[in-house]
Design a protein around this ligand. Structure first.
Ligand code: ATP
Ligand code: MG
Length: 424
């Protein structure tokens, strides 16, 4: 019996890779214009890193982590998210000594033991950014503007930005208690998970998908009515700057996020096109995290986008790998020798060209050129070698032109450069 992959862990096949590369390249380009540099961290970390940062009572740490002991009996965990590993690295390498602000981005696989379904997998990919060192709300607006810019650039306009503020260690405890008091009066209407969350992680109840919990919390006190003056002003400035930039958003005072480290601004990019998996990106401010992990008291803000969900949303947009610019069809040994050299010269110049190596008839070679969607085909046989010229066929409009074999490379290069420019 052949061996299959692991449930919830997908192969990304060549037919969909163009979309992945497009999403990654666009992120690199856009993030760079905001001053972000890439950081690459391992996919495995010490388990305690995630327990301490994400929070012991969160779904991720309680149920979703891939945790195992290595041969030396150290507890390791496949990273369920990118922020904690990036902060660990930031602290370990004292990146804060290099500049007062560190703008980092990452991309790569994350692992969560969840029930696999559309848009939810056990190995999935995130592209994320983290800005450490500035607590000014203008930076929050910059991060949100960058995220919106990215969605525009990849052509996803059917998403909306929701923002909220979760307060800070000054004002959150009082809100938390107000919420607990409210929930305790409605305990019997809450799902078993939320009954448990009431004391451990009450804010999370506001985010529960169960109908009865939603109904029970319709009139729950709003976190936004309980912000201290400084958090209130911070959130007001974020909105003011977004308004100034024309970045659209809605305020969702029930968005609490599933990780404990968030403070002040939190946000999600949501869509209506992915069923229950409606969040395509999420993030927020985490002003206490660096210190909590043993670093200096530096504020931070970041987000992560779920690449699989972006790919699903882009399904209809047909992003494809470019086809060969040229197919060299040959007849006879001498023509094959001539074409083989040209083929390799074109490839060395970055022009994608193909020819046949399996002794196919001329007709079969042309069929293959068609199948590969080649832009041009050139036919070279004894005649062509004797006369020193050949027919170059444009495969879309069928038009043919004579091209000289002497200096063929220059001729092709000019033609292909030209048509690449016009097809852009
Ligand atoms: P959800 O509410 O959908 O479980 P989350 O709050 O757990 O999401 P985050 O931890 O904020 O998600 O991760 C950021 C983004 O990563 C999400 O918005 C989503 O696009 C993506 N993501 C999270 N978990 C998965 C998963 N199991 N499979 C695919 N994508 C995921
Ligand atoms: Mg989740």
């Amino acid at each position: 019996m052949s061996i299959t992959g692991i449930k919830g862990m997908n192969d990304i096949l060549p037919e969909e890779i163009a979309t992945w590369q497009f999403l990654e390249e666009t992120a690199r380009k856009i993030f760079a214009t905001y001053g972000c540099q890439e950081i690459r961290v391992p996919v495995v970390e010490k388990t305690e890193l995630f327990c301490r940062s994400i929070g012991e009572t969160t779904d991720i740490v309680e149920k979703e982590m891939y945790t195992f002991n290595d041969k030396s009996d150290h507890s390791l965990t496949l990273r369920p998210e990118g922020t904690a590993p990036v902060m660990r690295s930031f602290i370990q390498h004292k990146l804060y000594n290099l500049d007062q602000v560190s703008k980092l981005y990452y991309m790569g696989p994350m692992f969560r033991y969840e029930r696999p379904q559309k848009g939810r997998y056990r190995q999935f990919h995130q592209i994320g950014a983290e800005i450490i060192g500035i607590d000014d709300p203008r930076m929050d607006a910059q991060v949100l503007a960058m995220l919106s810019h990215y969605f525009e650039a990849v052509g996803l306009d059917d998403v909306s930005l929701q923002i909220n503020s979760l307060g800070c260690p000054e004002c959150r405890p009082a809100y938390r208690q107000t919420l607990i008091d409210f929930l305790q009066e409605r305990m019997d209407q809450l799902c078993p998970d939320c009954q448990r969350r009431c004391s451990s992680n009450p804010l999370r109840v506001l985010d529960c998908k169960s109908k009865s919990c939603k109904e029970a919390t319709v009139d729950a006190p709003s976190v936004l009515d309980h912000l201290c003056p400084s958090c209130d002003e911070h959130f007001a400035t974020v909105q003011q700057r977004l308004n100034q930039l024309g970045t659209s958003y809605t305020i969702n005072n029930r968005m609490v996020r599933g990780l404990d480290y968030y403070t002040k601004t939190t946000f999600e990019m949501v869509t209506n096109n992915l069923g229950a998996q409606n969040a395509v990106a999420a993030g927020g401010r985490y002003d206490g995290l660096v210190e909590e992990l043993g670093g200096p008291a530096l504020p931070g803000i970041g987000f992560a986008m779920g690449v699989e969900r972006l790919v699903l949303l882009l399904q209809d947009k047909k992003i494809e790998t470019p086809p060969p610019a040229l197919f060299l069809a040959t007849l006879g040994e001498e023509a094959e020798l001539f074409a083989f050299k040209i083929l390799n010269q074109l490839q060395r110049e970055g022009i994608y060209a193909e020819m046949d190596f399996s002794g196919k008839s001329l007709k079969a070679q042309l069929r293959r050129a068609d199948k590969l969607n080649c832009r041009y085909t050139i036919m070279i046989g004894e005649n062509e070698l004797a006369t020193g010229s050949a027919q170059l066929k444009h495969m879309v409009d069928g038009e043919q032109q004579t091209i000289q074999l002497d200096g063929l490379l220059d001729g092709l290069r000019a033609l292909l450069d030209d048509s690449a420019a016009t097809s852009l």
